[in-house]
Design a protein around this ligand. Sequence first.
Ligand SMILES: [Fe+2]
Length: 502
Amino acid sequence: MTTRILPICLALAAATPIAQAATDKYRLIWNDSPATSVTVAWCQLDGEDAQVHYGDTVRREHTHGVDRQTTHLKLESRFARLRDLRPDTVYHFVIRDSNSESPAFSFKTAPVGEARFSFVAGGDSRNHHKARQRANRMVAALNPLFVCFGGDMISRSNSKDWSAWLDDWQLTTGADGRMVPIIAARGNHEGAKDIHLLFDSPIPEDYYAVGFGDFLRVYTLNSNIVRAGDQGAWLAADLKKHAATHWKIAHYHHPFRPHHAAKAEQHAQYNAWAPLFYTHGLDLAIECDSHVVKRTWPLRPSNAPGSDQGFIRDDAKGTTFIGEGCWGAPLRRNNDDKAWTRASGSFNQVDWICVSPEELTVRTILVDDSQATKPIDRDSPFTLPTGMKIWQPESGAIVTLTPRNADGRSSLDAKTLARVEIIAPKSPFDTSTEVRISIKGEPGAGAKLRYTLDGSEPTAESPRYRKPISLSATTTIRAAIFRHGKALSATVSATATRADSE
Ligand SMILES: [Fe+2]
């Protein structure tokens, strides 16, 4: 009997297409143990008994129902908290309910222990739809392990804005269905309950830590509530408990010291968190809110001579700050640099951060100038996709941090870390071209980039590089880093050839 009915059922199933779009606004959330868990979230339009069908093969042999559902701003969110996953593993899933099946998605759990992976960080996506969408496409092309989003996703905390944001977020998913988990922080444009009700944050106050074993710990802080108090006590205790973690980073909305003059200094935040960051060796802090671009040298809190607004450069033990927003919010002028500002700008951007046991690097993606024509090669996750452009400020395109030892970053060896890169965009060129030279690594204070155009070895007296060099003839450029009359790096050379010079 069974054997006669089964083929009929299969034939019916094949002939009846399963309805789509009874679920939408899919997102993956990490707020706990990323190696073994993920929260699958979506909005339910109709249908009942939704379940996530998942597994490490496309057979998706496991099922998991809804653990939590919220109705917020007319959005019917569902959360399925998958547990007991295998680390460093690609999982496939669909969401099925009584009358629909979602598109097929996949995600990758975090590795355990020392590893090499990248993540994207940024925030402030509230107004400009197109820029936000472009930035989201950069995420899909970069295929990072996760995204740190530092708040102000939306302008107004209402159904229209959130619906549009969540729909745009779908662009962070690759063409093959690979989704990227978000670690969400609250900004001042979010309602007090938005992050907790839409992103399932562990507590309504929206501060929490996500640990990648002892390798990386990501602190999500809430700069919209009291920074000291319970939040400050929790941060101090958690930093102390996880002192041995290899890399420690934090992300939150308000910058301590904004790089836009009209923005207020965050004195209470400085008092509550800056000493903790320094005492417990926080490596990187990602800030938002001002809608400008900035990166600082490593900083420690200090009011000593040479300090500026309560911070002073400390390459050995300081915290590097990056930010401040630009995921599609109105750009503002970067008109408030400090003595310790490493570089600043004003353009749409997200930061791409690569971590390995040996180093942590930050590259700033130029969202408007990049064409994500081809996704990143997943076998080569630290090589930028073709067509993606990064910021090239005078102080170097890449911020590099090395691990701390008991004495701080004393392992930082300027001679081995500081390198020169010559970028000749088009060679052979027709009638003229521009050559850029940048420092890679951290040569420290007083380092100067010098160059020659006649093929000779650069010296401490050679011209200092300050802006792109215009060339109209075939030229060999040689460059090196100097400090106090001594070479800090090897000499690098490149030749830009004029096409008709033969
Ligand atoms: Fe803001």
